[in-house]
Each structure stands twice: as C-alpha cells, then as structure tokens.
Design a protein around this ligand. Structure first.
Ligand SMILES: *[C@@H]1O[C@H](CO)[C@@H](O)[C@H](O)[C@H]1NC(C)=O
Ligand SMILES: *[C@@H]1O[C@H](CO)[C@@H](O)[C@H](O)[C@H]1NC(C)=O
Ligand SMILES: *[C@@H]1O[C@H](CO)[C@@H](O)[C@H](O)[C@H]1NC(C)=O
Length: 363
C-alpha cells in the first residue's frame, strides 16, 4: 500500500468509527490503564523489598559543608562483612555484593577447595583468572600518578584534565563488575524466559561470588598494597587463604616439572616468599575477613574445613570427608564421589530471598 493509500485508509477508518466502537475502545483503554497501574505498583513493591539501602543517597552532613563528604556509609551485609568500609554514592554501593576469595599457593589442593566451596548453597566461585585484578591496581597507580587528579572527591577544573569529583570508593563497582562478568550466572539461568535485569540483580545479591586465585602473591605489589586494594574494591569480601609447608609444595612442584628454570634453593625460597605474602595478607585482614588454613592440616582433618564453613556463617552444615583432587591431573574431579556436604547449610543473611534461591538448582 502506498503512503497515500495508507493515509486514506486511516482517515476513512477513523471516520467509520461508530459510537459503539468508541465506547468499546475507551473501556479497553481504561481497563488497560488500571491493569498497568496494578502491575507497576506490584513491581515497585518487589523492588522496594529487595532494595538494600532505603535512602542510599541522603547526605549525612550539612550540604553547606565545605568538604564534599561521602553520601552515607550504610553496610547492607553486616553479617558477611561486619568491618567493611562502605562509601555509598549514586554511582556505586560497594558493599552490595558479597564476595568470597580463595587465595592459595600452587600445588596445595586449591582445586579441591574450590570444588568444596562450590558445594555450598548460594556460592559461585570461578577458577583462575591469571591475577587479572592486579592490573586494576596498576590502573589505579597510573591514575594517581597523574598529579593526584584522580584522588576521591577532588574536582579538577584545569581544562586538559577536567572532571567532576569522583565519589569516594566508587571505583569498587567497575572492579567488582569485572569479576561478576568473568564469573556470570549460568547460561540456563540467563536464558530463562522473561528474565529482567532486576531479576539478575536480585539473584546476584542472594549469591556469594568470587574466585580461586593462586597468583595474587605474584603480582608486582606488596602484601600491604594488596590488602589496601582488596579492602577498598571488595569491601564486603571474605578470604580463605590456603598455604602448604615449603617442603611438600617443593616436592609436588618438582614432580610436576614446574619452575624448571629455578634451582632447588631458589624454588624453596620462592615458595616461602609466597607463603609469607599470603600469611601477612591474612593476618592484616583479621579474623572477621580472613581464614588461614594449612593444606598439611585440612588434608588430614576435615574438621579444619568445617571450621571454615562455620566461620562463613553456615549453620547445620558440615563435610564428612575431603573432596580429592583427581590423581590424573586436571581432569574432572569428584565424578565418582558422593557429595560430602551434609545438613541444610543455611546462611543467615539480611535478605529473605537468599534461602529460596539455590544456585545449585539453577546450574
Ligand atoms: C577551580 O577549582 C578551584 C579549587 O580547586 C576553585 O577555587 C575555582 O573556583 C575553580 N574554578 C572554576 C572556574 O570552577
Ligand atoms: C613494579 O612496581 C614498581 C613501583 O610500584 C615499578 O617501579 C616497577 O617498574 C614495577 N616492575 C615491573 C616489572 O613492572
Ligand atoms: C622462571 O620461569 C617462570 C615462569 O615459568 C618465571 O615466572 C620466572 O620469572 C622465571 N625465573 C627466572 C629466575 O628466570
């Protein structure tokens, strides 16, 4: 139909409306509007329920204050991260997502630990990421080398570096987003019919996400810098730090042919240095954030891992045995093993939804 013809058709069509049809149309429109209002108020109520911080952006200080202070510092996940520093702003709520990291040295059973932790409901840990996050530390270094122009809350109005003040701690969100992007929910979950962005947010907030990493200690940073970086960018995180005595690690690495370029002495020193980094990291993080475990102990006594599970806050939850790494190297583990996790494994959290969404069922 040509444009002309279409126009005519429309005009003619409109003229032909009888009063009966008009009434019909108006009634349907009215009903549709009512329906829309009902639905959107329902949705609003749902969103209000899951909204973590009810007044996230209200300033705590008088607006006339000279200094541009943080918006507020409410922590929505006090159970998981009681000591977190949370500078909330309209562009980032750094404590909204709970994280769990498994930092370890190599050849220390970290893959078994990864599989074990992934048995826990609502936990989703990914494997190695080649210490990608140290590059976000390097990025921060580059920014702060630029004459402190990128310090939090600093307004820069010289024209070549111009930018508005950056809300305190807001870099946490893109850093966290990197992790949640390389460790997303399962494809079957993401492909559910009618899934919305809100549903995904809700799901993620009921999940503890994280990664196993055996290279954190090998970045070009000190343990002090690593502590500062992780406290700031993953404020609501817990860390399980796993190390192994030098001699056992050494033998295992030699057997695997790792670090052929290092002499025995060099390799032992390297392992000791990695252990020192991770131990210092754990000590500086403190008992509420970090749990240091020794492979030499937990491989013989499952109680050590049960302590860690309790420390995470899981109730009625324990392992009756250790998951073993497959003897044939990196092939799939635990295929023939029974699930060693017993109990309901409830995790107390502030959001009611947590116990209803079980990631394991979605996978
Ligand atoms: C630039 O910033 C300084 C303080 O950093 C302020 O005193 C000055 O008024 C600003 N200039 C403009 C044009 O905004
Ligand atoms: C490591 O970092 C220091 C300063 O932080 C820098 O001077 C040095 O060049 C870096 N080394 C490498 C290999 O990147
Ligand atoms: C030995 O090789 C590893 C990679 O396998 C490398 O990271 C390390 O820097 C090398 N060390 C020396 C002393 O060449």
């Amino acid at each position: 139909m040509s444009i002309e013809g279409e126009k005519k058709y429309l005009i003619r069509g409109r003229r032909k409306l009888s009063s009966g049809t008009t009434l019909y149309c108006i009634t349907s429109l009215y009903l549709a509007a009512l329906f829309y209002i009902a639905i959107s108020s329902l949705q609003k109520r749902q969103i209000a329920e899951i909204s973590i911080i009810k007044t996230p952006f209200r300033r705590q200080v008088d607006i006339s204050d000279e200094e541009f202070l943080t918006f507020n510092t409410e922590n929505p996940n006090k159970q998981w991260c009681p000591e977190a520093t949370c500078n909330n702003s309209p562009i980032c709520e750094p404590c909204k997502q709970r994280f769990l990291f498994l930092f370890s040295t190599g050849r220390s059973g970290s893959t078994s630990l990864l599989s074990t932790l992934n048995l826990l409901p609502n936990v989703r840990l990914s494997g190695e990421n080649n210490n990608a996050f140290v590059h976000q530390f390097y990025m921060q270094q580059r920014l702060s080398q630029a004459q402190d122009y990128f310090e939090d809350e600093v307004e820069v109005n010289s024209s070549s570096w111009i930018h508005n003040p950056i809300p305190r701690q807001s870099m946490a969100c893109p850093v966290q987003q990197t992790l949640s992007t390389i460790n997303p929910p399962s494809r079957s979950f993401l492909r559910r019919d009618y899934l919305t962005r809100k549903d995904v947010e809700k799901h993620e907030q009921s999940t503890i996400i994280g990664a196993k990493m055996i290279r954190v200690q090998n970045g070009n940073w000190t343990w002090q810098e690593a502590v500062q970086f992780y406290k700031r960018h993953f404020p609501c995180a817990r860390y399980i730090i796993n190390i192994r005595e030098v001699e056992g690690s050494f033998q295992s690495m030699r057997k695997r042919g790792w670090f052929k370029n290092l002499s025995d002495d060099q390799l032992r020193k390297r392992i000791a240095k990695e252990n020192k980094f991770l131990t210092s990291f754990a000590n500086a993080m403190g008992d509420n954030r970090a749990k240091l475990i020794l492979m030499d102990k937990w491989s013989k006594d499952v109680g050590v891992l049960n302590d860690a599970i309790n420390w995470m806050g899981y109730q009625d939850c324990s392992l009756d045995s250790i998951l073993h790494e497959n003897k044939n190297g990196y092939s799939k583990e635990g295929e023939d093993e029974q699930n060693p996790l017993k109990g309901q494994c409830l995790l107390h959290t502030r959001m009611h939804i947590d116990l209803e969404v079980n990631v394991k069922n979605i996978r």
